[in-house]
Design a protein around this ligand. Sequence first.
Ligand code: NOJ
Length: 743
Amino acid sequence: MRKLYIAILFLVVISGTFGCKGPKNGDTDAAIERRVDSVLKLMTLEEKIGQLTLFTSDYDVTGPTMRENYKEDIKAGKVGAIFNAYGVDYVRELQRMAVEETRLGIPLIFGYDVIHGHRTIFPISLGESASWDTAMVRKAARIAAIEATAEGLQWTFAPMVDIARDPRWGRISEGAGEDVFLGQCMAVARVKGFQGNRLDDPRTMVACAKHYAAYGAAQAGRDYHTVDISERTLREVYLPPFKAAVDAGVGTFMTSFNEIAGVPSTGNRYLLTDILRKEWGFQGFVVTDYTSINEMVAHGFAKDEKEAGELAINAGVDMDMQGAVYYNYLKKSIEEGKVSMATVDEAVRRVLRMKFKLGLFDNPYLYCNKQREQNEIMTTEHLAFARDMARKSIVLLKNEAQILPLSKEIKSLAVIGPLADNRRELIGSWSAAGDWSKAVTILEGIYGAVSPATKILYARGCNINDDTVSFISDAVNKARQAEVVILVVGEAHWMSGEAACRSELGLPGVQQQLADAVIATGKPVVTVLLSGRPLTIPQLAQKTRALLAAWFPGTMAGHAVADVLFGEYNPSAKLPVTFPRSVGQIPIYYNMKNTGRPMDPNNKYTSKYLDVPNDPLFPFGYGLSYTTFEYSDLQLSAEKINASDTLYVKVKVKNTGKYSGEETVQLYVRDLVGSVTRPVKELKGFYKVFLQPGEEKQVTFKLTANDLAFYDIHMKFTSEPGDFIVFVGGDSQHCLQKGFVLE
Ligand code: NOJ
């Protein structure tokens, strides 16, 4: 007998409660618990350890692989989940091995890094976050889930909810940027998008909040590096997006590679059990990052892999990704009494519970539908959405003398730069099963937008990342012949993402030289910047007439960029992260502390640099539109509130330009005096408002004492009476402001 569900059916029927093959709207939690227990009772220790083991397939490897014979492991019941395998036929074959060829027939879970789309690729997560549009971001995750599940997957290693304040760190591209509040909103949108309303819906997949915790605080912006932050910073800055993911119902968590204050996350019981489970009530399972149990040996936290495994499972890690530590040593650790059977059973229960919730016990092939694979991938609707998502992620950073939007009837254009006719880079890093050859280049997008009479002169100018200067003269010649130059420069896709940190953040290679030469022609230059992070480009920003931060826009890149360049879409995105002037300013983010000697240009002994201003090149929340918005009449419903009141903050926003457009109205607060110091500004709300030319709307925000709470001197999460300032504006620097008192 290889069919576990028959065994379960028997157990359940004799207990006289729920049938195993319950209706597709799923079992109650109590029924799932009974079914989990009934499976657990049948399992040997080896089979239990198998459920806690996750191996990569040979399809797509995202780290150093360790096992070649994983198919044998599946058949032996030594694997509970597989990642990096997709495609209905392949998944069905692996699932068949688990279901048909193992003693108990427990189905596998199939996971993959579906980060910003599966086949249809959306902008990198940082770019999506620049839209500040949670409904759009949620829908992007929804579509990613539809496509991924159509190819056999039901688990994504996303969202990455790490706050990142150091653009040297390549993984800044994978998250929502520097801000806690925006990070929380994006975490919720993505979790809900991936998971939908029910996990056993074959078009939803279980999400994974990663990398828990504080991975983004790596010293010197170097990947995998040490983190040493205060408990307060951990709780106020790095944990809230994880907590928001838990509250949104996220099903799994991934531990991070880093240590915090000497304790690697993968062995950190305080993080994994005390905070995650006891404080936050997380019910799902925890997986490690790729071999991060093994790495606790190199960290100097465990003397060998066996001990590392003991530390991990006793801390609260349920599943071992690719490390084969549980696989190799857990049995021995149990025999030696280093790990209790109850701990293992609890971890197995969590994994089995998820398999029930995903509907895999009822139908192990629920996600193996050939028709869906043919019909639901890269559909017209998905591509249209990708175009819209991409144009909503493009931030207009400069538009001198309103050079943009360009006329589609323009007589001639020079399109210059190593990324102008490049396809490969457009889908960015972590682009899952995305096929870059299907991406629309910027040049193609421009051709598609302008009149057939427009003369387009293309020149590569230089390569992305080498020192070849020989094509620059061709670019200069072409620039001279054109009315306007569109310069497309930036990073290669591999320069951000995992293990892709940079110590210099200027344009790579000789691109700055190309930009200088083209700008020196005197022709107006419009720069389209593609990158996985903020770049330090003060010189370019000063000399170019217009500047668009387009991140890596995904499959529909070219059309989206062209929509913005030629006014089909009026840009509305806002920076989710600060653009520094120089690497030396890093970390630089808007909600810093004031210091005891705030910057005073006339006083040497204040907090500043000798060689660069304190302020950034472009601040958090910044982004222009082809129209202009005027803020007025900021009103607070009261001058004083108490802890149970709601403060209504109203502001009028008027479209004072000639295009209709969308503005993201941002609300910040400052707590002037606290038992511990507070940041100079904290984002507490935002609202997107669409206005026709001349139209004015009033936007209302609500603030309660809970929005003003923080970890006080005793580490109690509370608000403190005193004076506050509310700021409302279109970015973190330009705001109207008013004070109020919390009594
Ligand atoms: C390592 C990365 O840190 C993590 O984000 C990813 O999900 C896993 N590899 C699996 O590919």
